[in-house]
Design a protein around this ligand. Structure first.
Ligand code: URA
Length: 163
């Protein structure tokens, strides 16, 4: 499965690539990091129909290493097609692999998280990858704040009847 969630959702979350559990089940973000993401989204009252979750890379790299640039390039057409079908109004990059792949090579998550870029009517932002929160508890509050800005952007777009 290339993603999970509502294909008509206004928000597209983009992670890095499948981990062990995702490889086993074929569903993105079902392991520990995914559970943390689900918990954060639930506690901020995102509805299941608000979002769809996909990955940059569609297969797990050997030893779970960071995907190489040619692997990212090989998978991008799939993500582009997902983008074309879902037509999200908001894209949230989870971690540096997604933020550099979608926003540009200088856009590491530490420098662009919490900021917004608009491209052709779609609003792009980034926050930490949920797996980073498992390694560093302090990032939890930061991600929470970033997700709150996503929630606010969604409300604003709804108020403006753009969603
Ligand atoms: N990490 C990711 O980036 N994607 C998943 O689907 C699971 C873990």
């Amino acid at each position: 499965m290339l993603g999970r969630g509502d294909v008509c959702a206004p928000i597209l979350f983009v992670g890095e690539g499948p981990g062990a559990k995702e490889d086993e089940t074929g569903i993105p973000f079902v392991g520990q990091a995914g559970k943390l993401l689900d918990l954060a989204l639930e506690s901020l009252d995102f509805a299941p129909e608000d979002y769809y979750i996909a990955n940059v890379i569609k297969c797990r790299p050997p030893e779970n290493r960071t995907p190489l640039s040619d692997e990212i390039a090989a998978c991008m057409p799939y993500l582009r097609e997902q983008f074309r079908l879902i037509r999200p109004k908001i894209v949230v990059c989870l971690g540096s692999v997604a933020s550099t792949a979608l926003l540009g090579p200088d856009c590491k998550v530490s420098s662009v998280r919490g900021t917004w870029t608009e491209r052709k009517g779609t609003h792009f932002t980034a926050t930490y990858h949920p797996a980073a929160l498992l390694r560093d508890e302090k990032k939890k509050l930061v991600m929470w704040q970033d997700l709150k800005t996503v929630k606010n952007m969604l409300s604003q777009l709804r108020d403006d009847h753009k969603v």
